[in-house]
Design a protein. Structure first.
Length: 80
């Protein structure tokens, strides 16, 4: 059950980043999606979704690798 919960926790930011890429792509081609009234707003939301989704996923991986001792010394919290 814990693995399923961890999978869901990682699935949500991955879907969020994917939606951000889609919003950015649609803005590039000039296609406006219905909840957004302007293309520039769609672009800003797309960038935010992409950064938040990838940032969460990267932070999770960094935290997991720190626990297992697989990071470079400059990324290790204990060395400071």
């Amino acid at each position: 059950m814990a693995r399923m919960a961890a999978f869901i926790v990682l699935l949500i930011p991955a879907l969020m980043a994917g939606a951000g890429i889609k919003f950015l792509r649609d803005t590039l081609y000039g296609k406006l999606i219905s909840p957004f009234p302007w293309l520039w707003l769609q672009f800003i939301i797309g960038i935010a979704f992409l950064i938040i989704g990838l940032g969460f996923f990267a932070g999770y991986l960094l935290n997991r690798d720190r626990k297992n001792g697989r990071v470079a010394p400059k990324f290790d919290k204990q060395s400071k």
